[in-house]
Design a protein around this ligand. Structure first.
Ligand code: NAD
Ligand code: LMR
Length: 364
């Protein structure tokens, strides 16, 4: 039996987590032989609800769950963690402008970055789900100067999965028969779902199987605004599909994407001319616990314009929170680029992995 790994989930009493936690506990993220200790983090006002969720986890009697602890602050909740699923965020409320939302969340992610920097395992992998995910991820990373920027990701896997699912439906093929789809840029309506490098059933170019007008005028805006479409029909934002995407992202990052192209919001190293230092979604392959950007894809004029537009939006978001970003402290951080320190699979940075049984008294 492997040693348990510690996974923190913030916003653990919210909608996405109500799906995500049970999938992690069932072994769907890190495999059926990987025990987990769940460190659930919420705001103080949501601790009662969180206790109810933890009771349900207990009632599932998951064999892989070797511990559950509940926390109302990240400095306790992130202690010794190997994985951080950062779902909790301030939602947009009435009268709130985009800049207000950026600023409100900047405070949350700045604190969480400091906590990761101080108390997480040195090889931690952190995924930001809470919106605006890319810029929250930038704030998080900049507040954790002792961790590499490549240890942080913003979630664009839901957009990637949507791009596969909707294309598969159009072509009448299973989404798993399509590879090479990618989503560039921001998790926002400026994102660019790119089908120019996608293959169907191994050898047919997806772009040749669809009508250009449908691609540009129907498919692209549909992917870009799918979140709003779900809210319109369901009355709530996507939750189960977001949880599945978070799970897929972390699974592939940790265990590999098996040769398949996936989209991840990662620190830009300047590839494809994208400004360095923003979290931008690129096509990547994952192996041995790290990711590599796929290089040398031909980008046509349309694609270049789309990629610039979403880059521009991220630069504007960055400018809006710039006054809250600590300056880069070490030139070496930049050099760390995408050469992930989190490629190691051994977790040995002095954490207590002694819990080999479920401790009900940890639900407190
Ligand atoms: N990146 C994506 O693809 C994607 C997809 C769907 C949703 N989202 C975003 O994910 C976030 C969560 O969605 P949800 O439907 O679960 O929302 P929700 O409102 O149901 O749950 C959010 C939870 O976060 C908690 N929270 C707020 N601030 C916190 C903090 N500082 N620390 C810990 N917990 C905190 C709240 O108490 C709440 O329980 C939202 O920002 C949403 O927009 C992103
Ligand atoms: O669009 C939203 O507000 C929710 C989420 O980011 C989504 O893409 O479903």
């Amino acid at each position: 039996m492997k040693q348990p790994v510690r996974i923190a989930v913030t916003g653990a009493a919210g909608n996405i987590s109500y799906s995500l936690l049970f999938k992690i506990a069932a072994g769907e993220m890190l495999g059926p032989d990987q025990p987990v200790i769940l460190q659930l983090v919420e705001i103080p006002q949501a601790m009662d609800k969180l206790r109810g969720v933890a009771m349900e986890l207990e009632d599932c009697a998951f064999p892989l769950v070797h511990g559950i602890s509940l926390h109302d602050n990240p400095f306790d909740g992130f202690r010794g963690i190997h994985y951080a699923m950062l779902v909790g965020a301030r939602p947009r409320s009435k009268g709130m402008e985009r800049a207000d939302l950026l600023e409100a969340n900047a405070v949350i992610f700045a604190e969480q970055g400091k906590a990761l920097n101080e108390v997480a395992n040195r090889d931690v992998k952190a995924l930001v789900v809470g919106n605006p995910a890319n810029t929250n991820c930038l704030i998080l990373s900049r507040n954790a100067p002792n961790l590499a920027p490549s240890q942080f990701c913003a979630m664009t896997r839901l957009d990637h999965n949507r791009a596969l699912g909707i294309l598969g439906n159009k072509l009448g093929v299973n989404p798993s028969d399509i590879d090479g789809v990618c989503v560039w840029g921001n998790h926002s309506p400026t994102m660019y779902p790119d089908l120019h490098h996608a293959q169907v059933l191994g050898d047919e170019a997806a772009i040749d199987m669809i009508d250009e007008k449908w691609y540009k005028d129907e498919y692209t805006p549909r992917i870009q605004k799918r979140g709003a479409e779900i809210i319109e029909w369901r009355g709530l934002s996507s939750a189960a599909s977001a949880a599945q995407a978070a799970l897929d992202h972390m699974h592939d990052w940790a265990l590999g994407s098996d040769g398949r192209v996936v989209s991840m919001g990662i620190i830009s190293d300047g590839s494809y001319g994208v400004a360095k230092g923003i979290y931008y979604s690129f096509p990547v392959l994952c192996e041995f616990g790290s990711y590599q950007i796929i290089q040398n894809l031909h980008i046509n004029d349309y694609g270049q314009a789309m990629m610039k537009k979403t880059e521009q939006e991220l630069l504007e978001e960055k400018a809006a929170v710039d006054h809250l970003l600590p300056k880069e402290t070490a030139a070496s951080r930049e050099e760390l680029g995408t050469s992930s320190r989190s490629g190691q699979t051994e977790f040995d940075a002095g954490i207590d992995t002694g819990e080999s049984y479920y401790k009900a008294d940890r639900i407190c």
